[in-house]
Ligand binder design. Structure first.
Ligand code: UDX
Length: 471
């Protein structure tokens, strides 16, 4: 049994909040700090600001016991052995990561250090950040032997963040000495020893028999690079299959079959080979740009990443063109849009291809009725309802009298739709699926003109609404 370690987590965004709750879940005392008073106060009341499986349950389990919320970073630093920095690192105009929040937090932490502390970078930061943080802390007069700056990148995905944290593939700790390594190893011991998985109410993983995650101990620089390289590689994998999907379309093959065949090679693996309308979210677009910028600063031209970004933008454009060629003209056409979030299972719309596309359809004069199981409220803040944009209570309401139905997010709820009901609700049974959620033959059997990504045209078994509308 390891000791209960007191941990401060600075930042209560996706990474900070999930890490806080999960550290409490594996037995530590956690102080979650944020300078947003309103957010801290609602967290204290047990309100969860993000849509994330298991988060409400775990927060309820540990609130007022092993997790506290505060705006007082000074007191949190004083009381903690380790301080995890999980504040935002947004993209700046140049594409680089804006580290001003990290800088500000580092100075504030420095002013509170009176005994040995381990400062841990948890946000995604460029290589060399640990050295900058050390410099800031030293500049504030803290002797070098009173602190270590380490890197412990987080690989969680939104929607499955809690499970990803507690059932990680690996735990990377970037350290420069054994003193810091010992503390980080102790923090993760309940996971790496497998002890957590034997507790009665442990959050279940996707694998039935859970192998404890291995700890990978590296230099701090390597740990920083592992995070950027992992995200850039995954984004590259998606862009790769997206271009393959375009080749499939031109050649008359099905990208789903090609993807299955390619992914069956253990060296490649089946994940992140799903063609679609391009990646979005708060990480991939920002991290690909930041990694490219970091490389450039170090004198390395990472042209491959420029190409990854270009392909991602092009994939959205191609989908837009697909809708245009299905509808012929846009002005006054009613589009039912299913999906606003950047992927299924989350209410996050940051860099969502769906939001971008809806903006373009509205500019072209379309009338859009949109539905998403979780992201409508957030979308209303950037795209308020108007004469040409409305939000529906479900997919069928959105589909009412629409000239075509577009699928922009891969929600499971959409896969389970009653296809016959949908067909008779639409004015024209045209479905343009940016996420390849349906089987083409089944869609044709239900009377749809079905267009998807990388799957050679639409299969039409009945007289198609499209052709009947031609002059
Ligand atoms: C990602 C990384 O997966 C995670 O490790 C990191 O910590 C943060 O960034 P997240 O942004 O939550 O996580 O979502 P992810 O599931 O990776 O999807 C990112 C985007 O890629 C989504 O828009 C998704 O729709 C798209 N995607 C994903 C595809 O288009 N095809 C795929 O095969 C997989």
């Amino acid at each position: 049994m390891t000791e209960k370690i007191t941990i401060a987590v600075v930042g209560s965004g996706y990474v900070g909040l999930v890490a806080s709750v999960c550290f409490a879940e594996i037995g530590h005392q956690v102080i979650c700090v944020d300078n947003d008073e309103a957010k801290i106060s609602s967290l204290r009341d047990g309100e969860v600001p993000i849509y994330e499986e298991y988060l409400p349950e775990l927060l309820a389990r540990h609130r007022n016991k092993s997790i506290e919320f505060t705006t007082d970073l000074h007191a949190a630093t004083r009381r903690s052995q380790a301080i995890f920095v999980a504040v935002g690192t947004p993209q700046s105009q140049t594409g680089s990561a804006d580290l001003s929040y990290v800088d500000a937090v580092a100075s504030e932490i420095a002013r509170s250090i009176t005994e040995y502390k381990v400062i841990v970078e948890k946000s995604t930061v460029p290589v060399y950040t640990n050295e900058w943080i050390s410099r800031v802390i030293e500049r504030n007069g803290v002797p070098r032997d009173l602190f270590d700056v380490t890197s412990n990148p987080e690989f969680l995905r939104e929607g499955t963040a809690v499970v990803d944290f507690l059932h990680a593939d690996r735990i990377v700790i970037g350290v420069e000495n054994e003193r810091a390594a010992t503390l980080l190893r102790a923090i993760y011991e309940p996971l790496t020893s497998g002890r957590y998985y034997q507790t009665v109410d442990a959050v279940p993983g996707v694998r039935s028999s859970v192998d404890p995650p291995p700890i990978l101990q590296t230099s701090t620089k390597a740990a920083e690079l592992i995070k950027h390289a992992s995200n850039a590689f995954l984004a590259m994998k998606i862009s790769f299959i997206n271009v393959v999907s375009n080749v499939c379309e031109a050649a008359g093959a099905d990208v789903e079959e090609v993807s299955r065949g390619v992914g069956a090679d253990a060296r490649i693996g089946p994940k992140f080979l799903k063609a679609g309308i391009g990646y979005g979210g708060s990480c991939f677009p920002k991290d690909v740009a930041a990694f490219r910028y970091v490389a450039e600063q170090l004198g390395v031209d990472f042209g491959l990443l420029r190409e990854v970004e270009k392909i991602n933008a092009e994939q959205k454009r191609r989908f837009f063109q697909k809708v245009r060629s299905a509808l012929w003209t846009f002005r006054g056409k009613k589009l039912a849009v299913l999906g606003l979030a950047f992927k299924g299972g989350t209410d996050d719309i940051r860099e969502s291809p769906a939001i971008d596309l809806i903006g373009q359809f509205l500019m072209e004069g379309c009338i859009v009725s949109a539905y998403d199981p979780a992201a409508i409220e957030r979308t209303k803040q950037v795209l308020p309802p108007s004469g040409t944009l409305s939000y529906a209570k479900d997919a069928y309401e959105a589909a009412g009298e629409a000239d075509a139905l577009l699928i922009l997010t891969d929600w499971q709820e959409f896969v389970e739709l009653d296809l016959d009901r949908l067909r008779y609700t639409l004015r024209y049974p045209i479905v343009i699926d940016g996420r390849n959620l349906f089987d083409r033959v089944i869609m044709a059997q239900h009377g749809f003109t079905y267009l998807s990504v990388g799957r050679a045209g639409g299969v039409q078994v009945r007289d198609s609404a499209l052709t009947s509308r031609l002059p």
